[in-house]
Design a protein around this ligand. Structure first.
Ligand code: APR
Length: 308
């Protein structure tokens, strides 16, 4: 039997994730949204593309969670984007309410699913999902590092005029301006990046990576990124469904690793059918350790606003 993947929130990120998943031909997809007609319409549109792309899967849309029953993975993109006049805390409270409510319903329908949380602030919403569902921590993860690392890789590839495929680079910490891009662990075809790119250029690329989300928002003027976020989620979903044992950065629950407890933050992890099957603890320099600690602090603050 084919796996079923539910995507809650059929907006830009949700629908684009469905698109990338449909193109990979790896699972049936259920889109859910509160707005009547949107998940149905986008799902039908995607389904109608399957004869052309050669996919043998079904895509359906619904308001009701009964359609999601028995999903192997649930992707959470429901929520609001920040609007002018809205504070970060306003957004936090609104998205907390949405996420807590939708994940409870989704977990009731699919108690064995792995949850992948995208709604921002992603580190905080992943924690909210874990608390609201009561699922084992390893079956709840958030998407940030795959996207942030992809941006980092693209900027490095463009700098060097090489294929992004050959750039290995990863980003840790919170999904925000305090993320920690790790140049020391980055390479091109196995060659350390620090020997290929001068320090001032590398610093500029790190800075651009940190503000990569904002760069897209400034260009689009209405809304935020969705093509690369959707592709990042599809990569994580495929790692779970295929039990691929991929080593990728995800927002994972720390229980003592890196000296932190009771927090969800971006770390390199092994992803398979069980969700986050292992967390890798890498050696930090004192500068990197401080950047990571600051990042964690930046996640704890909004969590305390929400009463956690
Ligand atoms: N249940 C289901 N869907 C909901 C609910 C709810 N309770 N509340 C809102 N939604 C839906 C909206 O109707 C909308 O279709 O969530 C969708 C969000 O889509 P967009 O507004 O297009 O936002 P998008 O760009 O997809 O971003 C979604 O991902 O990357 C993050 O920061 C981004 O938090 C944001 C999320």
């Amino acid at each position: 039997m084919r796996d079923k993947v539910t995507i809650i929130g059929a907006g830009n990120v949700g629908a684009t994730t469905a698109h990338w998943l449909m193109a990979r031909n790896i699972c049936d997809v259920v889109l859910v949204d509160v707005v009547e007609g949107i998940p149905q319409g986008k799902a039908l549109d995607l389904y109608e593309a399957t004869p052309i792309t050669g996919a043998s899967i079904k895509v359906v849309g619904d308001q009701d969670y009964s359609a999601t029953a028995g999903s192997s993975v649930v992707v959470v993109t429901a929520g609001f984007a920040r609007k002018p006049g809205m504070s970060r805390d306003d957004l936090l409270t609104m998205n907390n309410d949405v996420v807590a409510q939708v994940v409870k319903k989704a977990a009731e329908a699919s108690p064995d699913a792995v949850f992948v949380v995208v709604t921002n602030p992603a580190d905080v919403m992943t924690y909210v999902t874990w608390k609201a569902t009561g699922l084992p921590a390893e079956r709840v993860m958030g998407m940030a590092g795959v996207l942030d690392s992809a941006r980092f890789r693209v900027f490095l590839a463009a700098e060097l005029g090489v294929s992004p495929k050959d750039v290995v680079a990863f980003v840790m910490g919170g999904h925000g301006d305090q993320m920690v891009p790790l140049t020391r662990y980055s390479s091109v075809g196995g060659i350390p990046i620090e020997t290929l790119v001068p320090k001032d250029r590398l610093d500029a690329i790190v800075k651009r990576t940190r503000t990569g989300g904002g760069e897209i928002v400034n260009l689009l003027k209405s809304g935020s990124a969705y093509f690369a976020p959707g592709a990042s989620v599809a990569e994580m979903v495929e790692a779970v469904l295929g039990d691929q044992k991929r080593v990728i950065p995800v927002i994972a629950h720390l229980d003592g690793q890196y000296g932190e407890k009771d927090i969800y933050v971006g770390v390199p992890a092994l992803i398979g059918r069980g969700g986050v099957e292992k967390i890798f603890e890498i050696q930090f320099t004192s500068e990197e350790a401080e950047a990571f600690r600051n990042s964690v602090k930046g996640v704890r603050e909004p969590l305390s606003v929400l009463g956690f």
